[in-house]
Structure formats: structure tokens, C-alpha cells
Write a protein that binds this ligand. Structure first.
Ligand SMILES: [Zn+2]
Ligand SMILES: [Zn+2]
Length: 185
């Protein structure tokens, strides 16, 4: 069995397939922790760059290429969409992808390919992470959010109110707004 040839300047999400030798049926387990690349997420929540991603994968040589199956686990950090408190969460994504050998003919430009005996998991991980991210991250499902008038955190102060009642003409709009916010979730 050959040793894995990973150099420091290469992402940990690039895996060497040399030892599989293109022998259909040969396989290898990959259990490792790598650093997250930049840009795994959006403006409100994501996987922090350089944070650990645990990979628990199986690489299996098949006739057309190398089949990768397994899971990746990462940490998420972000902020609550209602009260802006920091959120931390764990993310686990399933990975399953066939990386074709360079000479496998397939009429699909999107297909993942092995290049120089290496397969790059980064695009796959990126796509799966983005799919799994909550559209509206919340610190808890019933987060009360912020007071629309003064920005006070209503989780800390559920009885919070302002002296003057809301002008009744705005009441319907306020109700509509609440309804729209709830529908977003
Ligand atoms: Zn919140
Ligand atoms: Zn207030």
C-alpha cells in the first residue's frame, strides 16, 4: 500500500486515489479531519474557515471511476435571524459522488472527474453544505426577536412594552408583518 501523498499547500479535501490502482473493487476508508476552506456558507450562517471538518468516507474503485460515499461533519456559526444572537450548531452532510476517470466518456460536463489521480471533494462539500443551511437560522424555534420600536431583546424581557399603544391604523400592518415573518420560517 502506498502512502498518501498530500502536500501542505493542497486542500485536505483533495484525496489521492493512486493506491486504488484503478482495480474495480479495491477500496479504502478515509477517516480524517481537515480544515474548512473559505466561503462554506452565506452571510448569516456557515462553516468558519479553518475550522475542523471530520470526514468519514469510503473510496471504492469501480469501472468508470471512484465512488465516494460517507459523511462530513462540521461546525456552524452564525447569528439568529430574529434577535441576532450568535448561534452555534453542528452540521452533518451525506456525501455520495462518482468521480470519473479522465478517460471515461460521459456526455455530462458537470460530472466530477479525477485529475492526476486526485479527486477534489471541495465543490461537493460546498454544494451539500449550502443545501443544508437553514434559510432563516434561529437561536431557538420560538425566539421572540427584537422590539421593532427600540431593538430590545424580547427574549430577555417578554413583558417589554412601550407606554403608548400602537396607533390602531398601524395595527393591521403589524399583524401582517408578524404573519409574514412566521411564514418565512
Ligand atoms: Zn433569536
Ligand atoms: Zn421596545
Amino acid at each position: 500500500m502506498t502512502t498518501s501523498r498530500r502536500s501542505a499547500d493542497r486542500s485536505g479535501l483533495v484525496l489521492d486515489t493512486h493506491d486504488l490502482g484503478r482495480r474495480a473493487g479495491s477500496m479504502r476508508e478515509v477517516v480524517t479531519t481537515v480544515e474548512a476552506p473559505e466561503g462554506l456558507g452565506n452571510d448569516v450562517i456557515g462553516v468558519p474557515p479553518n475550522s475542523p471538518i471530520e470526514l468519514d468516507l469510503r473510496l471504492e474503485a469501480v469501472v468508470e471511476g471512484v465512488l465516494v460515499t460517507g459523511v462530513a461533519r462540521a461546525q456552524l456559526t452564525g447569528e439568529c435571524g430574529r434577535c441576532l444572537r450568535p448561534i452555534e450548531d453542528d452540521l452533518e452532510i451525506d456525501l455520495q459522488e462518482l468521480f470519473l476517470y479522465p478517460d471515461t466518456e460521459l456526455d455530462d460536463e458537470e460530472a466530477s472527474r479525477i485529475v492526476a489521480e486526485q479527486l477534489d471533494l471541495e465543490p461537493l462539500v460546498r454544494d451539500q453544505v449550502v443545501l443544508e443551511l437553514p434559510f432563516m437560522p434561529l437561536c431557538r424555534p420560538d425566539c421572540a426577536g427584537l422590539c421593532p420600536q427600540c431593538g430590545a431583546d424580547l427574549n430577555d424581557d417578554p413583558e417589554h412594552s412601550h407606554g403608548d399603544p400602537v396607533d390602531p391604523r398601524w395595527g393591521d400592518l403589524a399583524a401582517l408583518r408578524t404573519e409574514l415573518e412566521q411564514r418565512d420560517n
